[in-house]
Every structure is written in structure tokens, then in C-alpha cells.
Design a protein around this ligand. Structure first.
Ligand code: Z16
Length: 824
């Protein structure tokens, strides 16, 4: 593969020759090999070591500046950070990509091959985890003091293999052979108590105190990942906690039980950070998951407090110095943990501790799906975190007796309704309620979603505290999602609008005036075609399927979920296939449908949908009757690194969730930025993309949120649509035959059943006709390449709003109130 003739970013921190010397030096001194013997893995590590000389220097300068200024900082607590690969991104951000590429070329190595050695850091499931990764990139780029806190999972999201059309999960071992980007910080180890009981003691002063006698202790070992801002002024850290057996246990207690017992204790402690839970929108309710949550919150709070105490002798300034953002409810247990530390360990009275908590925490909500709203059984809490349960009870008692009683006097029904504790056979702690009751701000992630958070999810809380609810629309980092993944388009923009756009993405607007320019259109479409050729090669390599780069590339890449409606796209594909079989002259341009998606391992229907896509693909791709007019591809193991090839190559971005269910979406933004047109519903951030690109440059279909609610209220009956549309009936019935699964009729029937007997909870059938109709319009538009080019250019040039830097500035304005700190 030839090295890309990309132009490097502006700052050149090292020349090619200096970089060459550094790589060779590190091959020897860091990797213990030399140019003649090194394999690509060693070349990669030596290259990273060369980059790290610059990165670690900036890291040190940044921490020095923050310590000197004692500045207010945000602490972004997230169980997920979906970082992907770091090498290319970091080289771009420190401004040595060009030098590194040329140095490696001189040494006879291709930068792409070398960087392909890096495993993805897949410590997240999907949008929420990738958002966290974009946000820490933007925080560093904007020079805000910030720390990301999370878990140092040994295994990230599972690797997906497809065998016989079905998903198989394999462990992901991203750091098996060492990772050059992480630094262990044993000097900052923390101890975390678990289990045990609470004792009430009365001091000599007659005051009551609570003492938690933990039944166990584990330790948290911090690993720091440098987060390199664009042009590398600031390098912040992502601090990830690894669990280990506490020394205390190995020696004092478990010596009695013998060496073998202490080994099993050790593996139990290490189990805490062993693996990421692979459920994206539903909660398993597993004890180990609760322990994971508490483990990283406890470590992170101790870390924050330790740093605060360097400059302060009491807690009066704490909420001025620290703001803690809870990424979804996953880190909610940080709230009772901070209360416990302040009251039990630091001796504050309840009211003072509570005031600090209500001024420190803020909460981001990412979903309205009821099954994704976390609840923890009271009995589990009592077992694992007995003191925290007491504190939650007390928070709840005061909330109900003071605030709810004042607003709705004597209304027991309202108290039951708003209680942080849900009554019933199994009493549950409602984590989202605990967040809203405590946090000074609660935000949704797109304008429409934030309205629904107020109106549908927390209406009474909104009545109590309207000022607490805000919107911050999501964004994506243009450094990774344009500059690094689409060098060709990046270079074209450099020449058209200058080189400031990776920070000021609005500047791309300057290219919109060329949307009608024939030459510009030609160049723009040539780049799109180049990216499609690259993807087509990858498809052939991974799937053995040949697709034409001249066909329209329809791409649907995201986690598999009924509400995201991958099966709606599948029904449409079946309809097209049927039309082609019935009428060989059916008027349609060549189309490729490309899917990429992981299903939660326990989500049966989601796995059935993957299987169905693969079975339909087998049949369609090998049917000579349709003359290559239709191809279906399921790309295995969708992840950040594959996404970087897919977003630049898409013509049509499928964003087809049931209106009201996709909180925001962020893939929609990445596609538009790279010049794909959206075919989508009025949901999440699609609504705002439409506002930016204009109604004439987006294809909207289906019911809007109000129509969805109205249809559900009126009593939705999927059978009406089944009998009302012969084509829909035919494709659904097709799924029950053995046409796609020879000899095994019914293998795909679960999809049909979920949509009929199952009640079709996400209104797939109700939106089918609108979807296929609108698709015809997309096909017609695509065949007018000049018109399409114009629309694609306008899309790409108009989505500056979705820069995650803008999201971060909104968080700073509306929630965090930070000041920039410029390191030396
Ligand atoms: C997740 O990725 C999201 C929500 C959620 O409750 C759990 C997970 Cl793992 C997603 C939303 O579905 C998506 O709409 C949104 O863009 C993303 O979070 C980031 O806010």
C-alpha cells in the first residue's frame, strides 16, 4: 500500500530526520531490537515511543500549570471510554504525522501498515462511550482542566466473529502485548472497602457517628492515558482504575486460610476490572456491575479529594474547585459516596455535606428507554454498600418530607411516585431519581431529547426545579472524524477554506458556495469514490464480496437494537429484491447495503436480525437474476477503526430509529461531515442536522414523535399494516419460508413474529411504506450526480455545529463554568 500524500498538520514539532533518529533509537533502547530484525509490532511501539517524547513533555507541563493555578476542573466520570486507536490521532495532534509518515517511508515502512498494529481501545459499547472519548479530546483541545475517570478493563467490548451467519463473541485483549500509551501510577493507588456492616457509635461528646466495617477491601491501581489536544498545548489525562487484591488481605487475614485461598481472593478482586458489560441499553442488575460502579467512583473521589487537599484545609471551597459530571446514571453511587466521606470521615454535618454534593454533581441523561433506566435492588445495596443505602434513605426522606410535601402537601400518591425507592415485591433504588434530586443540572443530549426529558421522563421534577434542566447537543471531534479518517477531503478543505477548520468547524461553510461549481463537485465526488474504493477493498478482504464503487453505498452502522430498526432496512431490501425478481427491468440504480453492528450477547432477537441479514445477503449476492443491482454486506466486528473507513465512504446515512427513541445519535453527524446524505426520521439530532443542512438536503420519512405517541395511544395494530400493504405482507411471509435458509424453514421467523404477535413495539410496519417510498426518491436523486454532489457538499459544509468543541463550550457555559488554563 502506498503512503498517502497527505499534507501534515500545521505545527511541525520534529523534522523527518529527527523522527527517523528517534524511531531507530527506540527500536533499540525501548524494544530491544534493531531495524533489521524488528517486526511491525516493534516498529509501531518504537514509533509511539518517539511520539511519546513529545506527549509526555506536554503532559508534565499541563499538570504543572493546573497545579500552579489551582484551577477549577471537571471530572468526567464514565464507565465507558471508546477511544479506538490513539497513534494516528496523537501524531496529528502533536503535529508530526507528516514527519512520521516520511520517516517511516525512508526506513522502508508504510505508516498505515505500522499503525495497523495497534489494537482498538474498545472500553465502551457505542455512542455513550465514543461521546466520552470525543469530549476529552475537545476538553484538551480547548485547554480546559479536565480528568476523565473510568475503569481499566482488561477486556473491552467483545470481538465479533460471524460463523455461519451468526454472531460469536470472542474476548478482546487490547493490552495483551503491552500498550505504549498507558502509564501506571502506583504512587496514586487507592483502597476501596466493600460489604460488611454499619455500626452506630456514640462519641464522648454524645454525638452519634456511623462506622462502616467493611468485609473486604480491594485496591485500585491507576493507569493514565494521555489525552492530546489538537496542536498539543494541553495534554490531559484519562485515569483508568484497575482492581487488585489489597495487600492487607494477602497477608494479615488470608495467611490464616493459606496460600491457595489467598489466590482465589486475589482473582475475585481482579475480577472487578476484568471485563466491560456488553449491554448498551439495558441493565443486567448484576452484583459485579454494581461493584464496578462503586469501585471506580470510590477511587476517583479519593483521587479528587487528595488533590484538593494539597491546597485546602477544609471543604468550603470544594464545589468551587471541582465539578463532577456523571455520564449517565452509571456513576451515581459517587453521590452517596461523597456524602459518606464528608460526614463519616471528614466530620461534616449533613446539611453542609449535602450542600457540597448539590453544588458538585451534574448528570447527563442518554436515553428514555424504560429498560435502560438503571435500578438497583435494595437488598443488593444493603449487602455490598450498607452505609450508602442508609444515606440514600436519608436523602429520600428529606426530599419527600421537605420538598415534595411542600409542593404537593398531603399527597402520598405523589410521594410514592417520586420516591427514590420504588416499592414492590423487590424494592429498588431508582438511580436517575437520585441524580435529579441531587444534581444542580440534568441535561439531555439533543434538543428534542432534552424536551422529552422534561416532559415525559421527569415532568414532576421539572415542575419542582425547572432551572435544573438544560440541553447540550452532542458533537464529534473533527480531528478524528474528518482530519485523520479522510485525509483527501481534509486536504481539499485546507485548500478551500484554510486550515483552521479542525478547531473552527463552522469555517467549512466557506465551501458551500462551491456546491454548484462543476470542478469542485468533480473533486468532491472523486474523493468520495476513492474512499468507496478503499472500503470496497476492505469488504472483499473481510467478507469475500465484490461491490462496485459506482453503486450507491447505503450504510447502517450502530449497535443492534429494535428501536434502531435494522430490520426495517432489511424489509426494504427484501422488497427491492422482490421487485427485481418480479420485473427484471425494475428501474433502480445499483445499490449496496452495508451493515455493521454488535448485538448484546443475551439479546436473542438482535442476534436473529444479524443472522437474517447474513442469510439474505448470501442469497441476494449470489442471485445472477438481479445482475448485481443489489448487494448486501454485513461487516464483522464493527468498531471505531472500522468506522473510520465506513463514514468517509457512505453515500446514504441510515438513521431510522422510531421517533422519540434515539436520544441523539452521533454517527449521523460523522456521516454528514463526510458528505453522506441522511435518510432518517425526525429523531434525536437528525432534527438539528435538518435545521443546519436545510430540508431540501436531507431525506426525512416516517412518523414524528407526536404521531408515534398518538398512534400508540389510539392502540397500534401491526396487522392492519400487514394486511394493508401486499408488498409488506409478502416480504414478512418470505421470512417464514426456507427461501433464505434452505432446508430450515422458520429460521428467520422470529423477526416476523416480533412484528405481529409481538406487537411491533417500535412501529416498524407503520413506517415501512414511507421508508420505501422515500428510498425511491433517494435513488432518483443519486442518479442525478450533479444534484447529489451539490447536496453532499452542502451537508459536509453545514454541520460545523456538531463539533464536540461546541458541545464542550455549551457544557462550560451552562454547567461547568471552567476557565481555560494555558500550559507553558
Ligand atoms: C448509549 O450508547 C446511549 C444511551 C444509553 O442509554 C446507553 C448507551 Cl451505552 C447512546 C444513545 O443511544 C445515543 O442516542 C446517543 O447519541 C449516545 O448515547 C450519546 O449521547
Amino acid at each position: 500500500m502506498a503512503a498517502k500524500k497527505a499534507k501534515a498538520t500545521n505545527t511541525v514539532a520534529l523534522s523527518k530526520d529527527q523522527f527517523k533518529d528517534a524511531i531507530v533509537k527506540h527500536l533499540r533502547s525501548t524494544c530491544g531490537t534493531d531495524e533489521a530484525r524488528a517486526n511491525n509490532q516493534a516498529w509501531w511501539k518504537a514509533t509511539c515511543a518517539a511520539v511519546n517524547e513529545l506527549v509526555f513533555d506536554r503532559l508534565t507541563e499541563t499538570s504543572k500549570a493546573n497545579a500552579d493555578k489551582d484551577s477549577r476542573a471537571v471530572h468526567y466520570l464514565s464507565l465507558e471510554f471508546l477511544m479506538g486507536r490513539l497513534t494516528v490521532n496523537n501524531m496529528h495532534n502533536v503535529g508530526v504525522f507528516g514527519a512520521a509518515r516520511d520517516a517511516l517511508a525512508d526506513l522502508g515502512k508504510d505508516v498505515n501498515d505500522i499503525c495497523d498494529e495497534e489494537p482498538d481501545m474498545a472500553l465502551g459499547n457505542g455512542g455513550l462511550g465514543r461521546l466520552a472519548a470525543c469530549f476529552i479530546d475537545s476538553l484538551a483541545t480547548l485547554n480546559y482542566p479536565a480528568v476523565g475517570y473510568g475503569i481499566h478493563y482488561e477486556h473491552g467490548l467483545f470481538r465479533q466473529e460471524i460463523q455461519g451467519g451468526r454472531q460469536i463473541e470472542r474476548p478482546d485483549s487490547w493490552r495483551e502485548y503491552g500498550n505504549p500509551w498507558e502509564i501506571c501510577r502506583p504512587e496514586s493507588i487507592q483502597e476501596v472497602p466493600l460489604y460488611g456492616y454499619v455500626e452506630t457509635v456514640f462519641g464522648e461528646d454524645g454525638k452519634m457517628r456511623k462506622v462502616w466495617h467493611a468485609g473486604r477491601q480491594i485496591k485500585g491501581v491507576p493507569w493514565d492515558i494521555p489525552v492530546v489536544g489538537y496542536e498539543a498545548k494541553t495534554v490531559n489525562v484519562l485515569r483508568l482504575w484497575e482492581s487488585k487484591a489489597a495487600d492487607f488481605f494477602d497477608w494479615d487475614v488470608f495467611n490464616a486460610g493459606g496460600y491457595i485461598d489467598s489466590q482465589s481472593e486475589k482473582s475475585q478482586a481482579e475480577a472487578v476490572s476484568k471485563v466491560l458489560y456488553p449491554n448498551d441499553e439495558s441493565e443486567a442488575g448484576k452484583e459485579l456491575r454494581l461493584i464496578q460502579q462503586y469501585f471506580f467512583c470510590a477511587c476517583s473521589l479519593k483521587d479528587i479529594i487528595r488533590r484538593y487537599k494539597r491546597n485546602h484545609s477544609d471543604f468550603s471551597q470544594f464545589s468551587k474547585q471541582a465539578v463532577i459530571q456523571l455520564n449517565d446514571t452509571h456513576p451515581t453511587v459517587a453521590i452517596p459516596e461523597l456524602m459518606r466521606i464528608l460526614i463519616d470521615e471528614e466530620g461534616l454535618v449533613w446539611d453542609d455535606a449535602w450542600k457540597i454534593c448539590t453544588e458538585t454533581f451534574a448528570y447527563t441523561n442518554h436515553t428514555l428507554l424504560p429498560e435502560a433506566l438503571e435500578k438497583w435492588a435494595v437488598y443488593l445495596f444493603e449487602k455490598v454498600l450498607p452505609r450508602h443505602l442508609e444515606i440514600i434513605y436519608e436523602i429520600n426522606r428529606r426530599f419527600l418530607e421537605d420538598e415534595v410535601e411542600a409542593k404537593w402537601p398531603g399527597n402520598d400518591e405523589m410521594k410514592r411516585h417520586l420516591s427514590i425507592i420504588e416499592e414492590g415485591e423487590t424494592r429498588m433504588v431508582r438511580m436517575a431519581y437520585l441524580c435529579v434530586v441531587t444534581c444542580f443540572k440534568t441535561n439531555g443530549v439533543a434538543a428534542m431529547h432534552s424536551e422529552l426529558v422534561k416532559e415525559d421522563l421527569f415532568p414532576e421534577f421539572y415542575e419542582l426545579w425547572p432551572e435544573r434542566f438544560v440541553n447540550v447537543t452532542n458533537g464529534v471531534t473533527p480531528r478524528r472524524w474528518l482530519l485523520a479518517c479522510n485525509e483527501q477531503l481534509a486536504n481539499m478543505y485546507n485548500e478551500t477554506v484554510g486550515t483552521d477548520w479542525p478547531r473552527k468547524l463552522d469555517e467549512l461553510k466557506g465551501a458551500a458556495k462551491f456546491a454548484d461549481d462543476a470542478k469542485f463537485q468533480k473533486n468532491f465526488m472523486a474523493i468520495k469514490r476513492e474512499k468507496k474504493v478503499e472500503l470496497a477493498d476492505k469488504i472483499e478482504e473481510l467478507c469475500g464480496i465484490k461491490v462496485s464503487p459506482d453503486a450507491m453505498f447505503n450504510v447502517l452502522i450502530k449497535r443492534l437494537h429494535e428501536y434502531k430498526r435494522q430490520h426495517l432496512a432489511l424489509l426494504h431490501i427484501l422488497a427491492l429484491y422482490r421487485r427485481l425478481l418480479e420485473n427484471p427491468d425494475y428501474d433502480m440504480g445499483p445499490q449496496v447495503f452495508i451493515f455493521g453492528s454488535k448485538a448484546a450477547p443475551g439479546y436473542k432477537l438482535a442476534k436473529d436480525i444479524i443472522y437474517a441479514i447474513n442469510k439474505v445477503a448470501d442469497k441476494v449476492n449470489n442471485d445472477p437474476r438481479i445482475k448485481d443491482k443489489l448487494k448486501v454486506v454485513f461487516m464483522p466486528n464493527y468498531r471505531v477503526t472500522l468506522a473510520e473507513k465506513l463514514f468517509p465512504a457512505g453515500d446514504v446515512s441510515l438513521q431510522i430509529s422510531t421517533a422519540g427513541y434515539e436520544a441523539s445519535g452521533t454517527g449521523n453527524m460523522k456521516f454528514a461531515l463526510n458528505g453522506a446524505l441522511t435518510l432518517g426520521t425526525m429523531d434525536g439530532a437528525n432534527v438539528e442536522i435538518r435545521e443546519e443542512v436545510g430540508d431540501e438536503n436531507i431525506f426525512i420519512f416516517g412518523m414524528d414523535c407526536d404521531e408515534v405517541k398518538a398512534l400508540k395511544a389510539a392502540g397500534y395494530n401491526p396487522w392492519d399494516y400487514y394486511y394493508g400493504n401486499p408488498e409488506l405482507k409478502a416480504v414478512l411471509d418470505w421470512l417464514e419460508t426456507d427461501f433464505f435458509t434452505p432446508g430450515a424453514p422458520g429460521e428467520l421467523a422470529s423477526i416476523k413474529h416480533s412484528l405481529l404477535e409481538g406487537g411491533d413495539p417500535y412501529l416498524v410496519l407503520a413506517d415501512f411504506e414511507s421508508f420505501t417510498t422515500q428510498y425511491t426518491a433517494v435513488d432518483v436523486a443519486y442518479r442525478d450526480q450533479k444534484k447529489w454532489a451539490k447536496m453532499a457538499i452542502i451537508n459536509s459544509a453545514s454541520v460545523g455545529k456538531f463539533n464536540s468543541d461546541r458541545s464542550i463550550e455549551d457544557y462550560v457555559d451552562r454547567i461547568w463554568k471552567l476557565e481555560k488554563v494555558m500550559p507553558n
